[in-house]
Design a protein around this ligand. Structure first.
Ligand code: SF4
Length: 363
């Protein structure tokens, strides 16, 4: 099963922590972008009908007008066939641009899953993050999605935020669980170079975040959403099929600036610059690449282990892989970071917060 990812690089404004390819754009900017996206999609007409999942992410895809959404979905459907026929189709939204009419349009287009950002349930923290939507907007957008019939919704939640107390975090968790989400993506704040937060000197607080992270993981599990991947928690049967395919080293095509693909053994990503992306496609060329590499042999097997270890269930390895990666696996077992049961290895439940220390062994 191949996945199709479509990137929408527009947001109402830039959040302080954001390092995604996204920027504010006018309706005319979005129209011009859709023209380029249609041209890129046409390059892959040969893959039409081979996709099992769709993920429209960003950026803020819900920023598109109803007309622009229809245009987007018809370009997508030329590759996927009827969207309602896919095993899963996710659409990312932010509360400030989600209402009853848009929720109904998504449903009518065949979208089966919506992912929406909450991050925290205190408006003072949301303002500090540079978020547009406040908690009341989230509640209204959630109600609109449920009323439209969506029974598979993810919410993003963060911890380790500047000015966030343990009490704030617990309140945020309770607030979110009150909506009975099917899926929660839960991250500690990372301050990346080039973001407004980095420029303002905001620093990560790993000790504070680690406590919240462990508490959050336990509370989500107790609420019926066990962890199935480092940062992802779901009710059984509501795990994201599109993302599971990434972690199974499955194939996917990414369209749009910064979008990554893995096809025919080659990993590549488009340049994150929207202007360069549009310029190339309007001249009949392929978009510029940020990188491209062919993973083979040991590097490919190492990647498979790393991706498999992202999953809570871990990964089953053949005997020859245990021999090939014996020293690395022994070090991780001795350090108490992973555990082994027969042919299966996995990261220990209380070590997910330091999973980067595990992955470093395989880079
Ligand atoms: S809404 Fe998401 S993609 Fe847009 S600026 Fe904020 S974090 Fe970045």
């Amino acid at each position: 099963m191949r996945g199709l990812y479509v990137h929408i690089p527009f947001c109402r404004s830039k959040c302080g922590y954001c390092d995604f390819a996204s920027a504010p754009g006018t309706p005319a900017d979005i129209d011009a972008y859709l023209t380029a996206l249609e041209a890129e999609a046409a390059l892959y007409a040969g893959l039409a009908g081979s996709f099992g999942t769709l993920y429209v992410g960003g950026g803020t895809p819900s920023l598109l007008s109803p007309g622009q959404l229809r245009r987007l979905f018809s370009a997508v459907a030329r590759l996927t066939g009827p969207i309602a026929g896919l095993a899963e189709s996710t659409f990312e939204a932010n509360p400030e641009s989600m209402d009853a009419a848009k929720a109904a349009l998504l449903k009518e287009a065949g979208i089966s899953r919506v992912s929406m950002g909450l991050q925290a349930a205190q408006d003072r923290l949301l303002k500090r993050l540079g978020r547009v939507a406040m908690t009341s907007d989230f509640a209204a957008a959630w109600a609109a999605l449920r009323a439209a019939g969506f029974d598979n919704i993810n919410a993003d939640l963060m911890c380790g935020l500047p000015g966030q107390t343990d009490e704030d975090f617990r309140t945020s968790l309770d607030f979110l669980l009150g909506f009975a989400p099917e899926h929660v993506s839960f991250y500690a704040l990372e301050v990346h170079e080039g973001t407004p937060f980095a420029a303002a000197g905001v620093v990560e607080e790993p000790d504070m975040a680690a406590g919240m992270y462990d508490h959050g993981a336990a509370a989500l599990k107790a609420a019926g959403l066990p962890r199935y991947e480092i940062s992802n928690f779901a009710r059984p049967g509501r795990e994201s099929l599109h993302n599971l395919n990434y972690w199974d080293q499955g194939e996917y095509l990414g369209l749009g600036p910064s979008a990554a693909s893995y096809l025919d053994g080659e990993r590549r990503a488009n340049s994150p610059l929207t202007a360069a992306y549009e310029a190339a496609l309007s001249s009949g060329n392929r978009p510029p690449l940020e990188y491209s590499e062919r993973l083979e042999g040991r590097a490919k097997r190492a990647e498979r282990i790393m991706l498999g270890l992202r999953r809570a269930a871990g990964i089953e390895l053949a005997d020859d892989i245990f021999i090939e990666f014996g020293p690395e696996l022994e070090r991780l077992l001795a350090a108490g970071l992973i555990e082994r049961a027969g042919r299966r290895i996995r990261i220990k439940e209380d070590k997910f917060y330091v999973s980067n220390a595990v992955f470093r062994e395989f880079v």
